[in-house]
Design a protein around this ligand. Structure first.
Ligand SMILES: *[C@@H]1O[C@H](CO)[C@@H](O)[C@H](O)[C@H]1NC(C)=O
Ligand SMILES: *[C@@H]1O[C@H](CO)[C@@H](O)[C@H](O)[C@H]1NC(C)=O
Ligand SMILES: *[C@@H]1O[C@H](CO)[C@@H](O)[C@H](O)[C@H]1NC(C)=O
Ligand SMILES: *[C@@H]1O[C@H](CO)[C@@H](O)[C@H](O)[C@H]1NC(C)=O
Ligand SMILES: *[C@@H]1O[C@H](CO)[C@@H](O)[C@H](O)[C@H]1NC(C)=O
Ligand SMILES: *[C@@H]1O[C@H](CO)[C@@H](O)[C@H](O)[C@H]1NC(C)=O
Ligand SMILES: *[C@@H]1O[C@H](CO)[C@@H](O)[C@H](O)[C@H]1NC(C)=O
Ligand SMILES: *[C@@H]1O[C@H](CO)[C@@H](O)[C@H](O)[C@H]1NC(C)=O
Ligand SMILES: *[C@@H]1O[C@H](CO)[C@@H](O)[C@H](O)[C@H]1NC(C)=O
Length: 723
């Protein structure tokens, strides 16, 4: 009675844990036309038609075996896209993921399919169909890296890619833990039940985790060959305790092979090897040994120094018969053809025994596309959720990139291009876009985007930006103009407002901003006004100069004739050229001081700058040197960097304009020099915060530093030059 209730408890416990497991099974019949329960296993299968998989077509696989799952398969288009099934997982929980492929006989003589299988961004396997009637099984043991995984099919080289079933089985806590699981998946290469009673594989419900334990009676090419003479199959109906780590099914442990002549050996093909592998051997003593009988053996091949010297005594190692002993080889390098053999020790009366083996390959987990980029892509998908393009599956970049993005080949991949022209996007551009540092092209034109341009100052690789034909508003951020690689910005037909950053008007960047009624060239308008005022003053001043100048000239002439001798001596150094005279003449007239500039000869500038020895900065056109004219006036002398001919016009224009424009924020131009392909401008040198600032501007006004003023002067000139 006590025994009976003990069994009942055990039975209830077993059943409840199995049921709990099963409700979490996901079994997808790819290409299936309806949902059903498999009468042989009691497992519920769902068809992937429509809800789970929108792509491809269901086609009949003419197979002779009775499994409903293999009656139909799903064929995918032959193109450059990937097709993915997304399976919900619990992060960090271990699962067995299984995809199966049975092509079935085909009427036409087309080549059998060859394509790639991916788990997330990690290449799982290249599926090669050689035998249309064989069920190809691909199993992977993973610890879920996130709340879902993608099983993707892509990259067909022959035929059209297909799939028959897809299964997800959660594993129990202790099972398949490895030290490498953060970085490696485990691709199952072989799981063999030795001494099997039939050719059928053992799986659910015998294995509550629905692993597939292949029968050693199954004959395949180069599979379980090289069997040592004297190998016999044994079985028992007694319960075997398998509650250790990996929980192999009792049924698997109830059968074994024994090398009665002292050697147990096999050879089998391991696809995708050589590789680092996790190898498990499952032993249980299922023969009743006599008092004078012992079973002791060693691993003879492959020779693994850590293991091969250890003597296996199953009953001793497992602490009893009918109990599992599972030595493991957690990181062993194995060859494509695995030969293994066990040999009995000299003092052992019985030959080696083996119940089952399991060999898995470590597969390096490849990183997914940078999550910051994916966040933005998801936000963009959300702006047009019902569109087909927004429902592309899997990772944006690997194994094949989504149609509307382009990716870098870095690890992890980054998004380099977003191409969503005319894709019916409604809403605001997601501000997280500023995290997509590798973005070079952004095409969002022809949508219904609203709101402002979000901060994109981090996108230093941006080259081409298309935002035209939207409903975007707000100002153009100033830093846009200083994005170092920007080549083209299209914003026409929007509702942008405010000032256009001056950088866009330099012609360096292709800039189209038509049909933005609120957008204006603030700086330029002011310049127009300034120009008009400047030119008027200039003309007046010019007239005055002419009048006064001629008066002075006349007076000088008179003086020169009366004091000829002394004049010649006193002025010998500098009065030899007319322009120089004009400069010194003008110095005397405060009214003219900042309105007109004069020709200054090169030697005079060389003297003033002590042969251009004191560099004080760089403008956009060239280097600026400090100098002091003979009369003590401090000057800034700028040598134009580029002396090519096309700049001549620009130079002339700049001289002309700067002489006429007088503005608080402009540095007064005093003179210029053009000699031997050298073009030089001479400005008044201003110490930061000179008296001028206090006289001319309110104290609280943001004071521009000297070089900035120089820059404004140049820009004003260039701008005006263009109009
Ligand atoms: C099959 O089951 C799935 C999930 O339970 C459901 O979404 C789908 O509509 C079902 N399909 C059919 C044909 O009943
Ligand atoms: C779903 O099944 C219907 C009818 O069986 C078929 O016409 C349709 O193409 C299938 N859809 C997919 C995506 O396989
Ligand atoms: C799952 O693991 C726990 C603890 O490791 C164990 O107690 C339990 O029996 C296992 N469940 C099954 C169904 O094997
Ligand atoms: C199981 O083992 C017994 C001997 O213990 C043998 O008679 C029987 O044929 C075996 N069954 C199979 C299917 O091999
Ligand atoms: C296994 O060992 C090799 C060196 O022997 C090491 O390079 C590798 O990272 C280890 N782990 C895996 C999972 O391959
Ligand atoms: C073991 O003991 C039995 C008797 O119990 C005997 O018949 C047998 O020969 C012994 N075997 C060996 C290997 O000593
Ligand atoms: C071995 O099993 C015996 C009972 O069969 C038990 O008393 C003993 O504690 C076990 N030893 C270990 C190390 O588990
Ligand atoms: C992605 O980049 C490749 C090479 O840089 C180019 O050939 C391809 O056209 C690009 N695709 C898209 C959608 O821009
Ligand atoms: C301006 O953009 C809208 C979409 O926002 C588009 O419908 C319209 O045709 C565009 N107008 C011009 C002149 O391109």
């Amino acid at each position: 009675m006590a025994l009976y209730s003990h069994f009942l408890v055990l039975y209830l416990f077993f059943v409840s844990s199995v049921i709990c497991q099963v409700t979490e099974f996901i079994s997808i019949d790819c290409g299936g036309t309806s949902n059903y329960t498999d009468p042989r296993t009691g497992l519920a299968w769902v068809s992937d038609n429509g809800t789970i998989m929108k792509y491809g077509k269901s086609s009949e696989a003419q197979v002779s075996n009775g499994n409903t799952q293999y009656q139909r398969r799903r064929d995918f288009p032959i193109d450059s896209n990937k097709y993915c099934y997304t399976l919900g997982t619990k992060e960090r929980r271990r699962y067995l993921v299984r995809a199966t492929f049975q092509y079935g006989s085909s009427e036409n003589e087309d080549a059998y399919p060859k394509f790639d299988l991916y788990l997330d961004t990690t290449k799982w396997s290249t599926m090669v169909v050689l035998d249309a009637s064989r069920v190809y099984v691909k199993e992977m043991i993973i610890r879920a890296p996130s709340s879902s995984i993608d099983v993707c099919i892509c990259c067909a080289t022959t035929g059209s890619p297909f799939i028959s079933t897809l299964e997800l089985r959660p594993l129990n806590l202790s099972m398949y833990a490895t030290d490498f699981e953060d970085n490696f998946f485990l691709e199952v290469a072989a799981r063999v039940n030795f001494g099997a009673l039939s050719k059928d594989a053992i799986r659910y419900p015998d294995d509550p985790y629905d692993r597939i334990w292949g029968s050693d009676l199954e004959k395949r090419q180069n599979y379980l060959v090289g069997v040592a003479p004297g190998t016999v199959r044994i079985n028992t109906s007694r319960y075997v305790d398998t509650r250790t780590r990996e929980y192999p099914p009792v049924k698997v442990m109830q059968t074994a092979v024994v090398g009665t002549e002292g050697i147990l050996s096999y050879r089998l093909n391991l696809e995708d090897f050589p590789a680092n592998a996790r190898a498990y051997a499952y032993f249980a003593e299922i023969e009743d040994l006599g008092a004078n009988e012992t079973r002791k053996f060693k691993l003879q091949q492959p020779f693994l120094s850590d293991y091969s010297n250890a003597v296996v005594n199953i009953a001793e190692n497992a602490n009893g018969s009918y109990t599992l002993y599972e030595p493991s080889y957690m990181n062993v390098s194995l060859d494509f053809v695995l030969s293994f053999s066990f040999a009995k020790t000299r003092d052992s009366t019985l030959g080696p025994l083996l119940n089952a083996i399991e060999i898995s390959k470590y597969l390096k987990i490849e990183p997914k596309t940078d999550s910051k980029d994916v966040t933005v892509l998801n936000a963009l998908r959300f702006l047009s959720a019902e569109s087909a393009w927004a429902n592309e599956q899997g990772d944006p970049c690997v194994p094949a990139h989504w149609e509307w993005v382009n990716c870098s080949s870095t690890t992890p991949p980054r998004i380099t291009k977003i191409a969503l022209s005319g894709k019916n996007l409604k809403g605001e551009i997601p501000p997280e876009i500023n995290n997509m540092e590798q973005l070079t092209e952004l095409w969002l034109d022809g949508n219904f985007l609203t709101g402002p341009i979000p901060g994109i100052s981090n996108l230093v690789n941006l080259k081409i930006v298309h935002l035209e034909n939207n409903k975007l508003n707000g100002p153009l951020p100033k830093y846009l103009g200083s994005l170092p690689k920007l080549q083209a910005l299209y914003i026409q037909n929007n509702s942008f407002s405010g000032e256009i950053p001056s950088e866009f008007l330099t012609g360096k960047v292709i800039f189209n901003y038509e049909h933005n009624p609120g957008l204006h060239k603030e700086a330029r308008k002011k310049m127009h006004l300034k120009l008009i005022v400047g030119i008027s003053i200039g003309i007046l001043a010019g007239l005055l100069v002419v009048v006064i100048g001629s008066l002075l000239f006349l007076r000088n002439l008179q003086r020169k004739t009366s004091h000829k001798k002394s004049e010649v001596q006193g002025n010998s150094l500098r009065a030899s050229t007319k322009p120089s005279t004009a400069y010194s003449v003008a110095r005397g007239w405060h009214m003219m001081d900042e309105g007109v500039s004069y020709y200054i000869p090169l030697p005079e500038l060389e003297e003033a700058t002590k042969n251009f020895s004191k560099k004080i900065g760089r403008g956009s056109f060239g280097t600026v040197y400090y100098g002091q004219m003979k009369d003590g006036k401090e000057v800034a002398v700028k040598i134009m960097a580029d002396s090519s001919t096309h700049l001549t016009l620009q130079f002339v224009t700049e001289v002309a304009l700067l002489s006429r424009i007088h503005h608080r924020n402009l540095v007064p131009l005093l003179g210029y020099c053009e000699e031997e392909h050298q073009r030089i401008l001479v400005y008044e040198y201003m110490h930061n915060g000179t008296l001028r600032d206090h006289i001319h501007g309110p104290v609280n006004q943001k004071r521009l530093d000297w070089l900035a003023r120089l820059q404004i002067a140049e820009d004003a000139a260039k701008d005006a030059c263009r109009t």
